[in-house]
Design a protein around this ligand. Structure first.
Ligand code: PGA
Length: 258
């Protein structure tokens, strides 16, 4: 086991995959396969909304956390189809992904909407995982770092980092998500530094170091996980494709523990 400053975060974003039956089968297989590693890592799974309740039951008694893939920013009311933080809280949800590039792209989620979601999650003590990342064309125009810094500033506008607040920023280059080809460890680390600097410009460095974690996401799998962890700034990974298959996810976790 390599030396980590703190247990790495391994977050499994199952996206819009799996029927309820498949979801529950995967949860059981994961518990069996990674149970020995749950003391060394902070592992959270992010099923679809319809599977949260079952998943909560299945993971009871295990050191495995529950996350949601999205949230709305009002706690109750006439918002057809939306799910609130109050509902998530009731199901024991500890983390929520906000501003994933797939939502920004397909559902036209804006930085302002993302900002509302971050604030709402923080209000009830659910840790937001704020996703930021550049598209390929933004990168080609030489704007990568600028795009990341701007996304962070807009998503965190007016956000107070209270003493108990916890926040995770996931750097996810949009063009590598689901591609099978991650960026290099050096590149992820460089961008994580841009993220950290942007946060230092918003809040006191000591608070950022203590309360905010920066992670990488985008085609992470068992073959490249050790390119990203351990690292000075990056303290976890957000895994999509390689997390929806029990064998692949278990081998990723084992690889990191080797
Ligand atoms: P991927 O997805 O691992 O399939 O690239 C990551 C994500 O979108 O969070």
């Amino acid at each position: 086991m390599p030396k980590f400053n703190q247990p790495p975060l391994i977050l499994a974003n199952w996206k819009m995959n799996l029927t309820l039956a498949e979801n529950n089968k995967l949860v059981k297989a994961l518990i069996k396969g990674i149970n020995n590693y749950l003391k060394d890592f902070t592992i959270a799974i992010f099923p679809s909304f319809i599977a949260l309740a079952d998943t909560q039951e299945l993971i009871k008694g295990y050191n495995l956390a529950l996350g949601a893939q999205d949230v709305f920013w009002k706690s109750t009311g006439p918002y057809t189809g939306e799910v609130s933080v109050v509902m998530l809280q009731e199901l024991g949800v500890k983390y929520v992904i906000v501003g994933h590039s797939e939502r920004r792209n397909y559902l036209k989620e804006t930085d302002q909407m993302v900002n509302h979601k971050v604030i709402t999650a923080l209000t009830v003590g659910i840790t937001p995982i704020l996703c930021v990342g550049e598209t390929f064309s933004q990168r080609q125009q030489g704007n990568k770092d600028l795009v990341i810094a701007e996304q962070i500033k807009r998503a965190l506008a007016g956000v107070q980092l209270d003493a108990e607040a916890k926040l995770i920023i996931a750097y996810e280059p949009v063009w590598v998500i689901g591609s099978g080809q991650a960026v290099t460890g050096e590149e992820a680390e460089h961008t994580a530094q841009v993220v950290r600097q942007t946060l230092y410009d918003l809040w006191p460095a000591a608070a950022v170091n203590k309360q905010v974690r920066i992670i990488y996401g985008g085609s992470v799998d068992a073959n490249n996980i050790v390119d990203f962890l351990p690292s000075k700034i990056i303290s976890g990974v957000l895994v999509g494709s390689a997390s929806v298959d029990a064998r692949r996810f278990i081998s990723l976790v084992k690889k990191l523990a080797d």
